[in-house]
Ligand binder design. Structure first.
Ligand code: FES
Length: 100
């Protein structure tokens, strides 16, 4: 099984994930904080409904699975380069900012 390097911007932390890993699950496992503000207390638990797990992709956008229709709808209120970590599957090297 192949693995991919995931870098957290700006703190420079890096960890490895298996191919097609879910970004939210990987962050939770690695102790990378992805929820801020009210999202820490109230989120949808990874079902793509709340938008609180949004992250900014710094590098490697093309190494991610394309957004599902649900994610595209949810991302409409965010700027370019954003993804819902709970709906994002990693298929190559990635650098992202978990603060969105
Ligand atoms: S955790 Fe709610 S959209 Fe990702």
């Amino acid at each position: 099984m192949s693995t991919h390097s995931v870098s957290v911007h700006p703190d420079g932390r890096t960890f490895l994930v298996p191919d097609n890993a879910n970004l939210r699950e990987a962050c939770l496992r690695e102790g990378v904080r992805i929820y801020y503000g009210l999202g820490r207390l109230a989120n949808c638990g990874g079902r793509g409904r709340c938008g609180t797990c949004v992250v900014r992709i710094q590098d490697g956008q093309s190494n991610l699975a394309v957004p599902t229709p649900r994610e595209r709808d949810r991302l409409a209120s965010f700027g370019p380069g954003m993804r819902l970590s709970c709906q994002t599957h990693i298929r190559g090297p990635l650098t992202f900012d978990p603060r969105g």
